[in-house]
Ligand binder design. Structure first.
Ligand code: KIV
Ligand code: NA
Length: 267
């Protein structure tokens, strides 16, 4: 059974699909053990983990590097790898680069935009595809809600139907009204995974750094489950204080020579 067949079953049965981004082995392991259905190595790695100013700076080598780490941390997980900006200009280019993401350990490759020609090229080479409509961070400079006008919403549904017919296995819907996400989810066979797309999609995805509270700012679409940014600062501060105050390392952290060896050594 292909790894994506399970998600079609979940859609049919009305069981929501839980997706989180993952960029490294320990986080991937924690997510897989928690029962997350799909791990997404998104180009959000660039701004969240690599200090880039934009997702456009993320390279194919970056994605492959992080896909390998996530695969090592979660050997049995379903993993989606993003094709970065400008790596899928033509179907041939998309196919060559998708093969590299699959070789790195992904099961499914994701790209942004209504490119049925690219879906056909990848599916024709037996690569499972996740499409991404609504806000496309690689293509939209402003991070604003999409599909608010009736015309834009109808276009989005049409694009989704075309990608579905081309054989996509999943569709990420980002920052669109709940009504548009609901209609899209009903109109297509492939499961939809929403982020800021309301309650009517077949699954949800969030960025793990937002979920963990790495940064002080929150987004309306997000729910913070921890305040890890604050915990990291507190841990680093406590460490600095212990080093300065010479309370670290303590006796318990230290290795000593055996007495007989020490006597010879000090002679
Ligand atoms: O890169 C990413 O994390 C994504 C999700 C926000 C869907 O594409
Ligand atoms: Na992305």
């Amino acid at each position: 059974m292909s790894k994506t067949a399970r998600f079609f079953d979940m859609k049919r049965e009305g069981r929501p699909i839980a997706v989180l981004t993952a960029y490294d082995a320990p986080t991937a392991k924690a997510e897989a053990e928690a029962g997350v259905d799909i791990l997404l190595v998104g180009d959000s790695v660039g701004m969240n983990m690599l200090g880039y100013a934009s997702e456009k700076e993320v390279t194919l080598a970056d994605i492959c590097h992080h896909v390998r780490a996530v695969r090592r941390g979660a050997p049995g997980a379903a993993i989606i790898g993003d094709l970065p900006y400008m790596t899928y200009e033509t179907p041939d280019m998309a196919l060559a680069n998708a093969r590299l993401v699959i070789e790195a350990g992904a099961d499914i490759v994701k790209f942004e935009g209504p490119r049925a020609d690219i879906v056909e090229a990848l599916v024709g080479a037996s690569i499972d595809v996740c499409c991404h409509l609504g806000l496309e961070p690689q293509h939209h400079a402003e991070k604003r809600f999409k599909g608010r006008s009736a015309q834009e919403a109808a276009q989005l549904v049409q694009n989704a139907i075309r990608l579905d017919e081309a054989g996509m296995s999943l569709l990420v819907l980002e920052l669109i009204p709940e009504e548009v996400a609901a209609k899209t989810s009903q109109a297509i066979e492939a499961p939809t995974i929403g982020i800021g797309a309301g309650r009517k999609t077949d699954g949800q995805v969030l960025v793990i750094c937002d979920v963990l509270g790495f940064t002080p700012a929150n987004f309306r679409h997000n729910r913070r489950y921890q305040e890890v940014g604050g915990l990291m600062s507190a841990a680093a501060k406590a460490y600095v204080s212990d080093v300065r105050g010479k309370s670290f390392p303590a006796e318990a952290n230290v290795l000593h020579m055996a007495k007989d060896e020490l006597e010879i050594f000090l002679k």
